[in-house]
Design a protein around this ligand. Sequence first.
Ligand code: FAD
Length: 513
Amino acid sequence: YHTLRFLLGDQLNASHSWFHQQDAGVLYLIAELPSETSYVKHHIQKLCAFFLAMEGFAKALQSAGHEVQYLTLDETQDCTINDILTSLANDIGAQKIELQRPDEYRLLTVFKAFVETSELTVSMCDTEHFLLPFDEIPQHFKEKHSVRMEHFYRKMRQRFDILMNEEGQPEGGKWNYDASNRQKLKTDDLSSIPQPLCFQHDIKGLLARLKRHHIVAIGHVGESLSWPITRREAHQLLGYFCDRLLVNFGRFQDAMTSQSEHAWSLYHSRLSFALNCKLISPMQVIQTAIASYRQNDQIDLAQIEGFVRQILGWREYVRGMYWINMPDYHHQNALQANRDLPEYFWTGETKMNCLANAIGQSLEFAYAHHIQRLMITGNFALLTGIEPKQVDEWYLGIYVDAIEWVELPNTRGMSQFADGGWVASKPYAASGRYVQKMSDYCGSCHYKVKDKTGEQACPLNSLYWRFMMKHRDWLAKNPRISMIYGNWDKQSSAQQHAVLERAEWCLTHIESL
Ligand code: FAD
């Protein structure tokens, strides 16, 4: 072999130009790396999904006529990436090592050091996955500055001619249909939520291997894994989404319920894992969904625009924000939050029904949808001032789709406002009223959502006002927030005092809420 080409677990892009032709002189290496299992405590389903997808990809490459070596944890134990690459390249007599540029800063640092120190010729190329070329990120994003997603999204719509009419205007005359996408699920809506498409992958051998190597994991897994692990399955999941879910995607995008066995998935695509490990390309997802919209009168523009915005807009945007701000993003803590993450984030055992549901299903499925991540767990961490590092580690570990480039700007930026507003124009802080408006969690909760004070008052209500008062000096300057303080100022000082006292009680007793 003259060349060794290495692929990380999130570089499973079968359309990459590397694979356009077979070359018997090129050996592809895919390896289960001990370092990737331990940089945070991962959900067991996340570990399984990545390793199965990697193994499946290795087999697919082999069937397509490429030379492939797959190393399991049994062969890589106690080895770093550098050791593995150097020793394999020497063994096979390769003079060149080729890599794809990692999407995580941590791995990019490792690879860059390897490029500089290796005695072999090592080069890095693009993963050919994202829509915005990596080199163009500085043209759209500015370090430590707020950049609004909406502005970026419009440029992307124009650039790729997505949902645009012949006059170069957005289809339907508006760029954004977010306002029509905020419905709650009513009782009548619950029975028609489709069953999620789940796959069944045998994981017995893999679980035994993880155990053999003492890999620490969180969460649950049944006898099989339900996530898509091949390109074919990613396409099946996309097809299922277009046929059954897209019709209500935008409408119920922000809704939450505990009253359906499909409450965990609702009308969401669950494509994030397949997208993030690059089994499927973002443009393919967008084009397939748009083709379905064009063929199906039942799907209206608000649904498809809402979906396109997530992928063409948000996904590409957070990647830009990540790279322009790394490594500084890691150290942002604008609200100086320093409390420890409560133990129930690892068990789901809390009397707050909204948190119990969001955490419980995250442990069960390695998945929660966006509003659960942002407005339930994220909001609670924001209001109680949990240290952003701990919040990041939780999100990075628990979700099957969690890779730092997408997790960090969403968590530290959008949900914790630790970047002081690079991503969000205001903190996503909410009282129990929001949870009640968008879900049915409050009905069966131990706490009373209408109460701000008293032993059974929903903790979110007093914590919300404490947060708003603690940060009043700068929050009141924001025109989107200032009017909220009118409500507070109207209350008697005795009432204000009681609310803040209840909030302090909740913080002191945070572990027993
Ligand atoms: P759908 O609701 O079906 O949306 C379709 C696709 O749009 C998703 O698959 C995803 O690729 C993209 N998308 C939607 N919202 C976002 C967003 N805000 N940022 C980037 N892409 C988006 N997403 C991850 O992929 N990995 C993460 O680690 C991650 N961590 C998050 C942490 C927090 C605190 C928050 C608030 C959001 C996070 N998100 C993350 C974004 C979003 O919640 C998930 O992409 C989404 O829930 C995945 O489920 P889905 O595939 O069913 O998405």
